[in-house]
Design a binder for this molecule. Structure first.
Ligand code: SIN
Length: 474
């Protein structure tokens, strides 16, 4: 599968050096993409810049028609997209199919929402004076996307950007460019005008620099690590770009002693083992109140034990491979650090690393404490560390003990206790008895070092709009 760049409506880059794409399930090469440089990135920026004046002038209804064609094509080719995603990313096929539907939901929701971008009229203080607020697209948008959700993290940016009237350049990660290219092939089939969508692949340092240096790119939207996000924020200063940053997480889950343990176990298992724990919002540390601690540990371990680890393309797989060696080593380090400092491994605690493929067993750790590495850093793996707490206040205090503030979870049947936790936690997303809160129509994003801005919902549309105030005297 040798793929190309997509610039100004043409597939190009055959003459460039190629980068290999690997299947993390077995280390085999599944395709190649071009390694583009500054010139190709600038060509993509120019194409998006030239296309902006036409695209932004279309009506929201016309833009919605294009988006709905893309939505229909994604649904028609759901199986092909899902298979490709599993091939290059590793997640089980059933999760890939779920991600395609989730990814397509952003396109559909924003096709509709584009028709509701309202300005407003402000009552003026003079009889012959009128005051108006207009909403306009920010301009050329560059999206730098992650490997863990190869389709949805593109469409969550693409849908609102195009619906708002912006034009788009996507730079997918080196691990999962093929799903991104397939999405752009579908956009090409949907007939989007030349230059409205462009795709570049290659070294992040080179492409990222060209994007950040360009005065033509007015917005950068990034999903990835806090470390890279901070660099992009710094670099955005030179041209004062608008930025949206969806960065790291370290989600706590607080299970109170009145929780419905069936719901709590189902929620924690769904959150933690989704995508082998390689999810920014997945639960990374669990705080359980003492009266239900032992029972919760036992029930979670029993559920986790049922999960099958293997190649995501094989029937029945629940947990696919870890994306690469670095990811695997971090998980192993967190588990080893916890165990050597007194944690007990209830199940799992081991992984395999053979022929460029890395797998880690679903793992449940008990008797962890707040000093362990795993309670202070994002693990990005299928490990649940469970810490005993004595009170709701302790849960909130430990839950907030992190520079991150993306997602948090609470399990309780009590309205007042749930409200106390929701209001006490400094997180952008809270799941109350819900392990999978994400949805196209809801705002997604974090506080503190987890990012800036929101994606999804009306907030996700606002992120691609400029506000223009007009005061006029009759
Ligand atoms: C993420 O946390 O990496 C994205 C997951 C989601 O959108 O649910």
């Amino acid at each position: 599968m040798d793929k190309l760049l997509y610039i100004n409506g043409s597939w190009t880059g055959n003459d460039l050096e190629k980068i290999e794409v690997y299947n993390p399930a077995n280390g085999e090469v599944v395709g190649t993409v071009p390694s583009c440089g500054k010139d190709e990135t600038n060509a993509a920026i120019d194409a998006a810049h030239d296309a902006f004046s036409q695209w932004s002038k279309l009506t929201a209804y016309e833009r919605a028609d294009y988006l709905m064609k893309l939505y229909d094509l994604m649904m028609e080719e759901k199986d092909e997209l899902a298979e490709l995603m599993t091939l290059e990313m590793g997640k089980p096929l059933k999760e890939s199919a779920g991600e395609v539907v989730y990814a397509a939901s952003f396109i559909k929701w924003y096709a509709e929402e584009g028709k509701r971008v309202y300005g407003r009229t402000i009552p003026s203080s003079g009889q012959n004076k009128r005051m108006q607020v207009l909403k306009q697209p920010v301009g050329v948008v560059a999206a730098i996307t992650p490997w863990n959700f190869p389709a949805a993290m593109i469409t969550r940016k693409l849908g609102p950007a195009l619906a708002a009237g912006c034009t788009f350049i996507v730079k997918p990660p080196k691990e999962t460019p093929l799903t991104a290219i397939k999405l752009v092939e579908l956009a090409d089939k949907a007939g989007f005008p030349k230059g409205v969508i462009n795709l570049v692949t290659g070294a992040s340092s080179i492409i990222g620099k060209a994007i950040m240096d360009s005065e033509k790119v007015r917005k950068v939207t990034f999903t990835g690590s806090t470390e890279i996000g901070k660099k992009l924020i710094e670099q955005s200063a030179a041209t004062v770009k608008n930025v949206s940053m969806e960065l790291g997480g370290h989600a706590p889950a607080i299970v109170l002693d009145d929780a419905d343990l069936k719901k709590a176990v189902a929620g924690v298992v769904a959150s933690k083992f989704r995508n082998a724990g390689q999810t920014c919002i997945c639960i990374n540390r669990v705080y359980v109140q003492e009266n239900v601690y032992d029972e919760f540990v036992e029930l979670v371990a029993a559920e986790a034990k049922k999960l099958k680890v293997g190649n995501g393309l094989e029937e029945g797989t629940d947990i696919g491979p870890i994306i690469n060696k670095d990811g695997f080593e971090k998980i192993a380090e967190h588990v080893e650090n916890a165990v050597s400092n007194g944690a007990e491994c209830v199940i799992g605690g081991k992984g395999t690393a053979e022929n460029g493929a890395y797998y880690y067993e679903p793992t449940v750790l008990k008797n962890v404490n707040q000093d362990m590495l795993i309670m202070n850093e994002e693990t990005f793996g299928p490990v649940i560390p469970i810490h005993k707490i004595t009170s709701i206040e302790e849960g909130i205090q430990l839950g907030n003990k992190s520079p991150f503030g993306l997602a948090a979870y609470v399990y309780t049947e009590s309205l007042s206790k749930g409200t106390q936790v929701v209001e006490g936690l400094d997180y952008g997303i809270i799941g109350w008895n819900d392990g999978v809160p994400s949805a196209a129509q809801a705002p997604f994003g974090g506080m503190k070092e987890s990012g800036l801005g929101r994606e999804g919902g009306i907030e996700g549309m606002e992120a691609y709009l400029e506000t223009k105030y007009v005061s006029y005297v009759l």
